[in-house]
Design a protein around this ligand. Sequence first.
Ligand code: ACO
Length: 323
Amino acid sequence: MIRSVVCGYGAALPKRVLSNRELEDIVDTSDEWIVQRTGIRQRYIAGDDETTASLGEQAARAALDNAGLTPDDIDLIVLATSTPNNTFPATAVEIQNRLGMKHGYAFDMQAVCTGFVYAMATADLHLRGGMAKRALVIGAETFSRILDWKDRTTCVLFGDGAGALILEAQEGQGAVSDRGILAAQLRSDGSHREKLYVDGGPSTTGTVGHLRMEGREVFKHAVGMITDVIEGVFTATGTTAENLDWLVPHQANRRIIDGSAKKLGIPPEKVVITVDIHGNTSAASIPLALSVACSDGRIKKGDLVMLEAMGGGFTWGALLVRW
Ligand code: ACO
């Protein structure tokens, strides 16, 4: 039985850090309000010379170095993003070109903040189906470019960045103790559109648009949706919260993360949190958090790791991987 095994990780952040204090000069807000409501202390903002493609390329190169591989070893790139460099071609194809690859195939995946979970689940199917041998799965975003910097209810929440994992198809027994992706659950429900959307696009306004969000409404649904898919993955794999070594959630808001972990009975010391330093980087937040927790030695080979996210659409999902 083929499993998709993680064999490398990497991350990239823009050069510029924007603190809550600096935001006080841009909109009517305070460090205290932002920290208390969200847990965010700072975020990274892309400069003119930094794009989703350049950050994605940097994260991909870091993951290749970490795995001891070169672009020649990769035959699939899946990029999760809602902030592509252009409407087309796919930014994944631009990253493929930046890596000097003329072989294999690459495409973008759009599921907003759940994008990385969707991308991992999709790459897993391609590897298990024999379409590819090794995949670069990237989450890269420049949300700063679609924020309304006059809207204090949204502009304080988001940041830019990229993270990447490399998945390799490996033959295994199919046991829960074997390394690789064990199961995933993906969901979406478009009736929630108005609660979180971008008010522009090529086929409607012909503009890029700005992010609009009813924060309280998103918050109301988040914990229930997240815990529902995580429980689905536990049931599908015969595992429980006690078996879990790490929960690596999408980093939107500290209160949503704490609320979900508490409802599932996952102790705080098993939850990876980076929202304080990165803000909400949408599809990049999970691979950025994974990169932090792998580099500091928390996540180790053989650990059972649950990834989860919820975002615009709504979309939501969870994925369990034996690291
Ligand atoms: N600074 C100071 N005050 C503010 C700010 C700010 N940046 N933003 C809003 N306020 C004010 C509001 O105007 C309001 O004032 P009022 O009571 O006088 O009307 C007050 O603070 C409370 O506003 P709420 O929106 O009720 O605050 P809440 O406690 O709900 O926190 C937040 C807002 C942080 C946005 C929260 O609702 C949240 O985290 N929601 C989930 C958002 C989320 O996770 N989104 C990402 C999903 S992922 C994706 O797909 C992109």
